[in-house]
Design a protein around this ligand. Structure first.
Ligand SMILES: Cc1cc2nc3c(=O)[nH]c(=O)nc-3n(C[C@H](O)[C@H](O)[C@H](O)COP(=O)(O)OP(=O)(O)OC[C@H]3O[C@@H](n4cnc5c(N)ncnc54)[C@H](O)[C@@H]3O)c2cc1C
Length: 491
């Protein structure tokens, strides 16, 4: 039987700085380059059609790039273990080359099944890091230096002209597992969302480094202009259309500035947060600080389930009666993006003001963030929902944020157009309308006349509750150990 290698593409849909492809290029063996849409994983609640559409666009771009090099990409519709079982009937699989994935529980379980299959069949599976993340690392000692070294490493460029591609004849039994027809909803372009693919990613990177970065710090917290002046690289990094290291190498060539430093810090945070998740992936299901499990469960019993459901639906659809909150959620539902500050505010409103279950909040946001990256998402959710016991507690006031970050209400006007006939102050706080104004303007929608909750009251009770929990002996008891594992130490 013919010996082959496999390059298994996952969240690394590019050619640049691609160690698995580079390794396959020098191996000399025929190589099957594959991507699997895995039916079991597609059931994961974090996923949304917009993610699959981005993946399809990325695969299309990759396939075109490979074709130009006379290479081919094979897209399968089956679980990875099923593909391996079938390949094993016809070939001797020598190596699987892939990037490490730091994913949710479902992809972790799949990886463990693949690892077990490889052990049983004496197949060598070699995984390469694509972030500054140490596998199975529990303390943070030495992480900073490790990250610096990782960022400085040379890019690993595959010598594609040397890669021998395994091409399957049309009647080969493995063809049965190929993806025949993708769901049409994954194929419909949507101009409100970023498009996937390495070519698009490079265009966005050039645009950002050539011009937008010069205004980065001025706009990063603003919900409308951050869409133009922040890097907008998160989705390209999440699906590996760009290698994080290659972005940092390009950044180094720019002159120093506060904008460059601010962007560099965030790229570093990317790896810092993914490392947190790698070190403690139970935070997909449990509060980081274990004491909150009992405190939240007890508190949950004091809440009215049908009212909580009503709150969740209003928050999740952008109908709370607070214009900025609703604009953020509607922007997310329409475009797959809101900036960092607004994400934090959405979580704060949901978990602190409305007392919603943080897991339900996390899943809803993950589904709608086009850039969903488990390793950033879950640690951020835990921080913003106040579940660590040591990070700053932030209970956002959406009115203050609205007046400060969207002073001219441009963002609100775009996503809450039902307020556009009202004067500027009322677009921030429509419930302040006077009886005289009510006669002058068109009907104010009911939810904006009387918002879903009383912000002053919910803010006050959240502060009392959260600080009582934070100061409780059981929360404090876990903090020293968490600080050792979660916070970077130089050296
Ligand atoms: C509750 C919550 C959930 C989040 N979930 C995700 C997620 O699933 N995927 C994701 O990529 N980001 C997530 N973020 C972080 C951040 O909001 C986004 O990375 C950022 O808004 C993306 O826009 P940008 O690419 O223009 O970022 P820029 O501001 O230009 O930053 C550059 C890059 O740095 C990284 N980065 C920026 N901010 C952070 C941060 N706070 N923590 C870690 N890395 C950061 C991202 O890779 C980003 O692309 C989350 C933040 C919060 C508060």
């Amino acid at each position: 039987m013919l010996s082959i290698n496999l390059v298994w593409l996952k969240r690394d849909l590019r050619l640049e700085d691609h160690a698995p492809l580079a390794q396959a290029s020098i191996s000399g063996l025929p190589t099957l380059i594959c991507y699997c849409f895995e039916p079991n994983l597609l059931l994961d609640p974090h996923l949304h059609d917009s993610h699959q559409r981005f993946i399809v666009q990325s695969l299309t771009d990759l396939s075109q790039q490979l074709k130009r090099q006379h290479l081919s990409l094979n897209v399968f519709w089956c679980d990875m273990v099923t593909l391996l079982e079938e390949l094993d009937k016809h070939f001797v699989i020598e190596h699987i080359f892939s990037h490490e994935e730091i994913g949710v529980a479902s992809t972790f379980a799949r990886d463990k099944a693949v690892a077990s299959w490889c052990r049983q069949h004496q197949v060598k599976w070699q995984e390469f890091p694509q972030f500054a993340v140490q596998r199975g690392q529990f303390g943070r000692k030495g992480w900073s230096k490790f990250a610096d070294d990782f960022f400085d490493q040379a890019l690993v460029q595959p010598q594609l002209h040397k890669l021998k591609c395994l091409t399957l004849p049309p009647d080969h039994p493995i063809q049965q597992l190929k993806c025949k027809q993708l769901p049409s909803r994954w194929l419909q372009a949507n101009a409100d969302y970023q498009s996937g693919g390495e070519s698009e990613a490079q265009k966005q990177l050039n645009h950002f480094l050539d011009s937008a970065i010069s205004k980065y710090c001025f706009h990063i917290s603003k919900p409308d202009t951050s869409r133009l002046f922040s890097s907008r690289l998160s989705t390209y990094l999440a699906y590996g259309n760009l290698s994080l290291r290659s972005v940092l190498h390009r950044l180094k060539a720019l002159p120093s500035s506060r904008h460059r430093s601010a962007f560099y810090s965030r790229m570093r945070w990317h790896c810092h947060f993914v490392q947190k998740f790698e070190s403690d992936c139970r935070i997909e299901f449990e509060p980081l600080n274990p004491a909150y499990t009992r405190l939240l469960a007890q508190h949950q019993q004091t809440l009215n389930p049908s009212q909580q459901q009503e709150y969740f639906e209003a928050w999740a659809s952008g109908q709370t009666g607070y214009p900025l909150i609703d604009a953020c959620m509607r922007s997310l539902l329409r475009t797959g993006f809101v900036n960092f500050r607004m994400r934090s505010m959405l979580v704060s409103v949901a978990c602190h003001h409305l007392q919603l279950d943080w897991k339900q909040v996390a899943i809803h946001l993950a589904r709608h963030f086009l850039d969903f990256e488990p390793g950033i998402h879950y640690p951020q959710i835990q921080m913003q929902a106040g579940l660590t016991g040591f990070n700053t507690l932030r209970i956002y006031n959406p009115i203050q944020q609205s007046l400060k970050q969207d002073a001219q209400a441009h963002f609100i006007s775009e996503y809450v157009p039902e307020l556009n006939d009202f004067p500027l102050e009322l677009r921030h706080q429509p419930w302040l309308i006077t009886p005289m104004e009510a006669q002058m303007f068109s009907d104010l929608p009911e939810v904006y006349a009387k918002p879903l909750f009383d912000l002053t009251e919910t803010g006050r009770s959240a502060r009392e509750r959260l600080w009582a929990w934070r100061n409780s002996p059981e929360v404090k008891a876990s903090v020293p150990k968490l600080l050792r594992n979660q916070v970077s130490v130089n050296g």
